[in-house]
Write a protein that binds this ligand. Structure first.
Ligand SMILES: Cc1ncc(COP(=O)(O)O)c(C=O)c1O
Length: 467
């Protein structure tokens, strides 16, 4: 490993001292959130409605009171602390908190009936817009990106009659058994020590490092891979960009092998109105987008090419309702595409994630990236910042990593925890799982300036402990 990919030495005693200082400040200023979290332990399995909420640093998650009554990315907690939110629900809240168009659409549709198992007129508009934006001609809605990915995998297996799904080490595609594998020193193992769920990963999953074209070629040559499921830029384990030519190779190799290519743009949708796919001319067979597209209401969409639609219809024909056979297709979900979600999607795609909004948000994301880079340089911190669209990530080594194994060597739980806590104590929220900041259409210049001030204070403190 070259020096450029080696994390710098940290004075661990000084780091502990900073953590203690920040921790006691957090406890002092977040008492009510702490009490509510403690009460939550009486009924929530992990103290809060979702198990991962306990992953927020500080000892407990802050309890959100609201956004101060104004659209944007401000959040106010039950202790009266105010934050500029750069976590944005890890993209679920990318549209910002309380956009009037989303609020109005939700209120209108809630009053008219949220879920009827029937389409509304909004669905026509949304379907046409998905085609216009992302280029794929046929779509289906799901309630989460996990669900959408599982549907794509099932269909890929049905049409190819192949068992295996190939993913890139370090990926995250939601609650998808096939994608819970990673490579460590060349060996396949379950990511984060997750339980195997008695799923036969050795038979149904395959994993290679991102950017490793020879390994990909070898894995696909066995011709038992139904689909490759990939983010166009890896965003869930630090950030790893595709090397020049990687996407061309991925597309050519999958085509040659008769393997379908599923591009999951749940996070990279921050690249532009048509995602990274449209921006870079990718040609997936299936395309998944989730989280943000209904303004924070659970939703996802997946699209397929015309050629794949014909293959799907050949194995799963659209039958007449007079044929009394089961409606089960193995994917879907009763609430998928419900009227409330579709109304929110129409508001988001029509009025929030617009071309103009992307122009503004990408300019602000560039400002944020420059601020971080400047502070790192000014304080001699040997790290770097990467960005894909509105999403920026700080990686604790001087140069970008090629794959997840390189990122793994840079991870430092205590240091990352301090970064999160330090920023939170200064009114800035970033995603709890790694060091990611998301700029959305609700982010304003003042929010980026607030981030800049908090980050400058953090960088000054970190300069004292990094050798
Ligand atoms: C790329 C990607 N795909 C899918 C998912 C799963 O999304 P959800 O939890 O909404 O099902 C995630 C979640 O972080 C993700 O990052």
């Amino acid at each position: 490993m070259s020096d450029a990919s080696r994390p710098p030495r940290i004075d661990r005693t000084a780091l502990e001292a900073l953590i203690t200082r920040e921790q006691s400040s957090f406890v002092r200023t977040h008492r009510r959130s702490g009490e509510l979290y403690a009460q939550g332990g009486a009924h929530w399995l992990y103290g809060a409605p979702s198990h991962w909420m306990r992953r927020w640093i500080g000892g407990w998650p802050i309890c959100v009171e609201g956004n101060g009554g104004r659209y944007g990315v401000a959040l106010i907690d039950v202790d009266g602390n105010r934050y500029a939110d750069f976590c944005l629900g890890d993209t679920g809240g990318m549209c910002g908190h309380g956009h009037p168009a989303v609020a109005e659409a939700l209120a209108r549709q809630a009053a008219a009936g949220a879920s009827t198992m029937l389409p509304t007129q909004d669905a026509q508009w949304v379907g046409q817009e998905l085609v216009r934006r992302f280029g794929l001609p046929y779509w289906n809605l799901a309630t989460s990106a996990s669900d959408a990915n599982r549907a794509c995998i099932r269909l890929a297996r049905m049409v190819t009659q192949r068992p295996r799904v190939l993913v890139f080490s370090g990926c995250y595609h939601g609650s998808v058994d096939e994608a819970h594998v990673e490579l460590a020193d060349g060996a396949v193992r379950l990511r984060n020590g997750i339980h195997d769920n008695f799923f036969p990963h050795d038979r149904l999953a395959a994993v290679v490092e991102f950017n490793d074209v020879p390994a990909l070629r070898e894995a696909l040559a066995r011709r038992d891979v139904a689909c490759v499921l990939a983010e166009p830029v890896m965003t869930n384990y630090g950030m790893v960009a595709p090397e020049p030519g990687f996407h061309d190779a991925l597309r050519a190799l999958t085509r040659d092998a008769g393997t379908l290519l599923v591009i999951d743009e749940t996070h990279t949708i921050s690249s532009g109105p048509g995602g990274y796919t449209r921006q870079h001319g990718l040609e997936p067979d299936m395309f998944v987008v989730g989280k943000s597209i209904a303004g924070g209401v659970p939703a996802a969409a997946w699209g397929v090419t015309g050629a794949l639609a014909r293959r799907i219809h050949a194995v799963l024909p659209p039958v007449s309702p007079w044929v009394r056979q089961s409606a089960h297709a193995g994917f879907g979900g009763t609430l998928a595409g419900n009227a409330l979600t579709v109304a929110a999607m129409r508001a988001v795609l029509g009025q929030v994630l617009t071309e103009d909004a992307y122009v503004r948000m990408l300019a602000l994301a560039r400002d944020l990236e420059h601020t971080v880079a400047l502070q790192l340089r000014r304080h001699g911190l040997p790290w770097h910042v990467m960005r894909v669209g509105g999403r920026a990530e700080i990686l604790l080594v001087p140069r970008p990593a090629r794959n997840a194994s390189e990122v793994r060597r840079t991870r430092d739980g205590e240091l990352e925890g301090l970064i999160h806590l330090h920023l939170m104590n200064r009114g800035v929220l970033i995603t709890p799982f790694h060091t990611m900041m998301l700029v959305g259409p609700g982010t304003g210049e003042a929010d980026v300036e607030a981030f800049g001030r908090a980050f400058a204070s953090l960088a000054a403190d970190l300069a004292e402990i990094v050798r």
